[in-house]
Design a binder for this molecule. Structure first.
Ligand code: PEP
Length: 269
């Protein structure tokens, strides 16, 4: 990997985000939210959980007054209009959503999201006051063919190119190698760090060093209670996007606790 960056001075505080994917409808989601709020306690780091659209109001009711923020798993490219079946960023904001995951590989694979549509979603989300979490990442075949850097570079440029510095200050990037999502096959700390350093270098080129240094770069891909501390201690990893383990309150809380310990040691945030 080339173009990496060492940026401890401006490192953002840790952000741990749970992606519940298509699990936990309104009947089950409130109990999981309660369990997560109870298990994480009063974290130093930022924490968010992202249920499905239909569970957002029920989960928000349980998160009121807690340190856990609400996130969504995608949003529309516009705030209203003739987009049957879509949910706009403004609507998400109305129910209390603060973060929105955009360009997740499962959305790119199954729902036709492209760099261009992700770029439009990011802008719409920012216009509604949401904080986008842009997901980028390569397949196993792309990594084996040495295409990772070119792919990440075009995903980042395609989704973020043209944003202002003020807009970019609200964006987080999640590096999610597709081969590690839901597979139990985590990237090694060296792979994750090298790739996140590359991403930060790309952000320096697209914006500037300060913006790159201040952008939270999360790792996602089978993060769990056992591997979280090692991954989160990498200098260019500022948090985690957590799928499977976010459905298990104790495991998710252990990841949050690992981030908290590191945040206390590093005096970041
Ligand atoms: C994800 O859904 O973004 C994810 C990283 O899932 P998992 O943690 O299950 O690999």
């Amino acid at each position: 990997m080339s173009g990496g960056a060492q940026v401890r001075a401006l490192q953002p505080g840790y952000l741990i985000v749970g992606n519940w994917k298509m699990n936990k409808g309104p009947a089950e989601a409130p109990a999981l939210a309660d369990a997560i709020v109870g298990a994480v306690g009063s974290p130093r780091c930022a924490v968010a959980i992202c249920p499905s659209f239909v569970s957002l109001p029920a989960v928000m009711a349980r998160l009121e007054g807690s340190p856990v923020a609400l996130g969504a798993q995608t949003c529309a490219t516009a705030q209203s209009g003739a987009f049957t079946g879509e949910v706009s960023p403004t609507m998400l904001s109305e129910v209390g959503v603060r973060y929105v995951i955009l360009g997740h590989s499962e959305r790119r694979q199954h729902s036709g999201e492209t760099d261009a549509s992700v770029a439009a979603r990011i802008r719409a989300a920012l216009d509604a006051g949401l904080r986008p979490i842009l997901c980028v990442g390569e397949s196993e075949a792309q990594r084996e063919c040495g295409e990772t850097e070119a792919l990440l570079s075009s995903q980042l440029k395609g989704a973020l190119g043209g944003l202002s510095g003020d807009q970019m200050a609200k964006v987080a990037v999640a590096y999610e190698p597709i081969w590690a999502i839901g597979t139990g096959k985590t990237a090694t700390e060296a792979q994750a760090e090298a790739t996140c350093a590359f991403i930060r270098g790309q952000l320096s080129e697209l914006f500037d060093d300060d913006i790159a240094a201040g952008t939270p770069i999360l790792y996602g891909g089978s993060m769990n209670a056992q591997n979280a501390a090692g991954l989160l201690s990498c200098p260019n990893i500022n948090g985690g996007l957590v799928g499977g383990a976010s459905l298990k309150p104790d495991d998710f809380a252990a990841i949050v606790a690992a981030a908290d310990r590191l945040e206390a040691e590093n005096h970041v945030g």
